[in-house]
Structure formats: C-alpha cells, structure tokens
Design a protein around this ligand. Structure first.
Ligand SMILES: NC(=O)c1ccc[n+]([C@@H]2O[C@H](COP(=O)([O-])OP(=O)(O)OC[C@H]3O[C@@H](n4cnc5c(N)ncnc54)[C@H](OP(=O)(O)O)[C@@H]3O)[C@@H](O)[C@H]2O)c1
Length: 299
C-alpha cells in the first residue's frame, strides 16, 4: 500500500515511518532535510504552512493512506505566532484532508489532549472540547477541518509524547534523565495531570488504526496512565536508577505564555478495546523507554 506520513522528522511521525518502511511503499513528508534513520522510504520536504505543497506531494505520490502527524507543536511558540500556528495546524490539516478527499485515501490526523480545558480530566472521546490558547485552538480547528473535508477520517488524540530512540527530540522525560545524571534538580508541575505517551506505542496504535480499521471519528491513542508530572518524573528517575532532587512546582507560579490544561489526560478505553496494540501503562512504557536509551549507548 502507498502510505504517506507527515511530520516525519517528529516523534510520532518518525516512529510511524520506522514501523511502515519495508512493509509498504512509504512517503515520508517532513520540513527540511531528513533527520530520521535511513530506510526503504522516499523523503520529501514540504511545508504544511504554505497552502499547497504537502497536498501536491500527497497527490503526486497517489497516497492510499495518510497519517497526518505534522504540526507546530511548540505551545508557547504558537502563542507568540498565532498566525503561523493557524497556517500550519489548520491550513496543514486542510491540505492533507483535501488530498485525501480527492484521492479517496484513508486519513488519520493526530491531535492533542490540549483541546480540553483541563477542568475535569482525564477526558473521554465524547467530552466537550474547550481549547484554551493558540496551539489548542488551532489543533481543535485542524480536527474539524479534517472531519469536514475528509468525512470518514479519524482523529487520534495523544498527549505528552516522548521517546528514547536515537535522534528523538528532547522532551520532559529525556530532560529528567539528562538533568538528574548531571546532578541537576528537576522541576515538575505537581498540578498538571497528564497521560504520557511513548511515541513508538502511540505510533503503533495510529498506524494500526490507519491501515487495519475503518474507524471514523475521534479516538484517544495515549498512554494508559494519567498521573501528575512529579509522579511521572519520579517514575522516570526510579526506572533509570537515578536519585536526585525533583522539585514540585505549581503551574501558576511559572511564567508561561500559553495556558496549560491542569486536570488533563485522556481515557483510552476505546483504543484498548479496538486495537491489538494496547495503550501502555506508564511503567511498561518506561521499561521500553529505558531499553531504547540503553540501545543508543547512553546507559
Ligand atoms: N509532542 C507532544 O507532547 C504532543 C502532545 C499531544 C499531541 N501531539 C500531537 O501529535 C502530533 C505529532 O507531534 P509530535 O509529538 O511528533 O511532535 P514533533 O516531534 O514536534 O513533530 C511535529 C513535526 O511537524 C513538523 N512541522 C512543523 N511545522 C511544519 C511545517 N510548517 N511544515 C512541515 N512540517 C512541519 C516538525 O518539523 P521539525 O522537526 O522541523 O520541527 C516536526 O517534525 C501532532 O499533531 C501534535 O500536535 C503531540
């Protein structure tokens, strides 16, 4: 099958390309040069924010299925540049959905727990989205663009993605390991409830959703454990055998540009029932994260 992945340099997109390459004809669509390990896929550089080039790339490839994992994910950056956030996260979703509609290709668009306001999480798929901030609003509108333009698509929401694979971008989880190893304290929000998601687990869920189901509508494909960030940091430290100081911080006491949902997190019962790849509990996911880390020679 001809499968395209946007955001291919990213945490989820990169993990998806690694899963798909070899078994399918894969077009990896990313911004700029390829930064993921080489493999049996074709790379193309296309901008989600320019209104047309991703759409053209998907059409030229004659995609039969598309995983849309590209997005402007810097939450505070989106707050600083809301027009860019809109161009990439709404306009990009439109480009991808238009191509899928005309090609009659299956589409799974990846989204976020930030579509919720964080008043009463963890959230199920049928809970009302109330996005706060430019990133959250642009992602919520990107979801709607996908549904309106490519009815029959699926929106897969994930949360707090991390990975230990070589070259994966720095995240809260990797920073916990790196800082504690250097003997530095780690600050963590005690009042933010999140559902940390190992990128490879999330990618396996969305790839299965894309290629092996015709599920339509929203589904939550995140880690199975909702916990606060201090608890998460402590579990990361414990898994790596690291001691050191983890300082609980209140979100309101830190100057952040964009609002953060506090009681967030995603309920994943639907994905657990539908998919063979199950949402991993936090400790099982951290076992895999630790193994990835050992694999990159930084034990
Ligand atoms: N990361 C999280 O914690 C998190 C949480 C909840 C939901 N999500 C959602 O999950 C999906 C996948 O994100 P991720 O975790 O894989 O984040 P990521 O690592 O930041 O990946 C996003 C990718 O999109 C690319 N991109 C950004 N602007 C672009 C543009 N104008 N044109 C083309 N590509 C562009 C980025 O390119 P560069 O690599 O060049 O920057 C990056 O590779 C997104 O829909 C995101 O909103 C992520």
């Amino acid at each position: 099958m001809r499968v395209a992945v946007t955001g291919a340099n990213g945490l989820v997109g990169g993990a998806a390309v690694a899963l798909l390459a070899g078994g399918h004809e894969v077009l990896a669509v990313g911004r700029g040069p390829c930064r993921i390990p080489p493999g049996p896929y074709t790379w193309t550089d296309a901008d989600l924010g320019d209104g047309r080039s991703v759409e053209a790339a998907l059409r030229d490839f004659r995609a039969e299925a598309v995983l849309h994992a590209g997005a402007m994910t810097d939450v505070d950056g989106c707050e600083r540049e809301p027009e860019a956030a809109w161009r990439v996260n709404v306009g990009g979703a439109e480009q991808v959905a238009r191509a899928c509609r005309s090609l009659r290709a299956r589409l799974v668009a990846v989204s976020t727990d930030y579509v919720f306001d964080g008043a009463a999480g963890p959230y199920g798929e049928d809970d009302l989205a109330k996005p706060r901030g430019a990133y959250a609003r642009s992602k919520r509108c990107g979801e709607e663009a996908a549904f309106l333009i490519a009815p029959g698509c699926s929106v897969a929401r994930t949360a707090v993605v991390y990975s230990g694979r070589p070259g994966a971008k720095s995240t809260f989880a990797t920073q916990v390991v790196e800082k504690l190893r250097r003997g530095e304290p780690v600050k963590a929000f005690y009042d933010q409830i999140v559902s940390p998601t190992l990128a490879e687990n999330g990618a396996a869920m969305v790839v299965e959703l894309l290629l092996e189901t015709d599920y339509q509508g929203v589904i939550h494909t995140a880690g199975a454990t909702a916990l606060d960030r201090v608890d998460f940091a402590r579990r990361v430290a414990a898994r790596f055998g690291l001691s050191g100081e983890i300082i609980p911080v209140r979100t309101a006491d830190v100057k952040l540009l964009a609002p953060r949902p506090l009681k967030a997190g995603l309920r994943v019962d639907r994905a657990a029932a539908l998919l063979r790849e199950k949402p991993l509990g936090v400790d099982a996911a951290l076992d895999r994260f630790h193994a990835q880390w050992l694999g990159r020679g930084q034990s």
